[in-house]
Design a protein around this ligand. Structure first.
Ligand SMILES: CC(=O)SCCNC(=O)CCNC(=O)[C@H](O)C(C)(C)COP(=O)(O)OP(=O)(O)OC[C@H]1O[C@@H](n2cnc3c(N)ncnc32)[C@H](O)[C@@H]1OP(=O)(O)O
Length: 285
């Protein structure tokens, strides 16, 4: 057990949030479909359809194989989402979190997600938010852009490039930290802790190390914002995601019994572990 500067203890073994209200919300998506659980925290974990098996002890894992033999796998670039990515971001999100939906509901979901992203999200003053994408097959000169550096449309960069590649994975990182306990009598927002949500990789691209790359980039982004830690909620019934985050150095936070601990708003049946990782701030990317 080690301690993280939050006044809470960190267990490296199992996830435990001793709060029965583990239902709750997704802070940065505007979905309102009653049928669905929180899209960021799916109750159903789609199984991957890759050709590799997860690593057993001492055996090289699938995503490690891709790291070792990059030649046989297409190049994956992780970057900030731009305007031209928005439909594929919506598709990746919906197909990963709502795989059971079929036409026409799946189409409505994608349009809803797209509108939410383009409309933008209201962020408290000083908060940052970035949607990262992992793209495959972006071969031509990445330097040729239309639009402007400083212009943002919703969660997207206002510039775009006709050679955009294909979005295979997504991740949102922000500094909103809605799910952390507030500080002091004024209940001030905690600063310096970035929050990851909406991690999704298209089913046919899973177990190739894409989520690992997205997380690494999110950590670099958080460091560049001056954050000292990064956190997330993970559905306890999502063993693949838990393994991913533990493998990347996240540890489960044990919330003290009776603590007034904010929870993501989703279906009341979903239980989450809150996971956190301290960032090595000397390694600014
Ligand atoms: C904070 C949040 O947003 S939680 C929500 C997480 N998202 C989802 O559940 C959506 C549906 N699932 C997905 O999109 C994907 O399966 C993800 C995001 C969980 C994983 O994406 P991937 O690109 O496949 O992960 P990646 O290839 O980087 O895996 C890295 C390691 O994580 C672990 N891992 C990932 N998926 C699995 C799995 N299904 N079963 C077991 N271990 C897994 C493995 O240790 C893997 O290493 P290995 O392949 O060398 O054994």
């Amino acid at each position: 057990m080690r301690s993280i500067p939050l006044g809470i203890s960190v267990s490296s073994t199992s996830a435990s949030i001793n709060n029965s209200k583990t239902s709750s919300c997704l802070n940065n998506l505007n979905f309102n479909f009653k049928k669905s659980p929180n899209p960021s925290f799916p109750s159903r974990v789609p199984r991957s359809s890759h050709g590799f098996s997860p690593s057993k002890s001492g055996v090289c894992g699938a995503s490690q194989v891709v790291d070792l033999f990059p030649i046989v796998s297409p190049q994956i670039v992780v970057r900030e989402a731009r305007l031209e990515d928005c439909w594929e971001v919506a598709e990746t999100h919906c197909s990963s979190f709502f795989p059971e939906y079929s036409f026409p509901l799946d189409f409505v979901l994608r349009v809803d997600r797209l509108m939410a992203m383009l409309a933008g999200f209201s962020l408290p003053n000083g908060c940052r938010r970035t949607c990262l994408v992992a793209v495959i097959g972006s071969t031509v000169n990445e330097a040729f852009f239309f639009g402007s550096e400083d212009f943002k449309i919703g969660a997207f960069d206002g510039k775009f490039n006709l050679n955009r590649g294909y979005v295979a994975g997504i991740l949102t990182v922000d500094t909103v930290a809605d799910f952390l306990p507030r500080k002091g009598p004024l209940r001030q927002r905690r600063t310096g802790i970035a929050y990851i949500s909406n991690v999704a990789v298209r089913e046919r691209f899973r177990r190739k190390g894409i989520a690992k790359k997205l997380i690494a980039k999110a950590e670099a982004q958080a460091r560049s914002w001056g954050c000292r830690a990064i956190a997330l909620h993970c559905d306890l019934n999502n063993p693949g995601a838990s393994k991913l985050y533990k493998g990347q150095g996240f540890r489960c936070i044990k919330v003290p019994a009776g603590a007034n601990w904010p929870q993501p708003k989703t279906s009341p049946n979903i239980m989450f572990s809150f996971m956190m990782k301290l960032l090595n701030t000397s390694a600014i990317a």
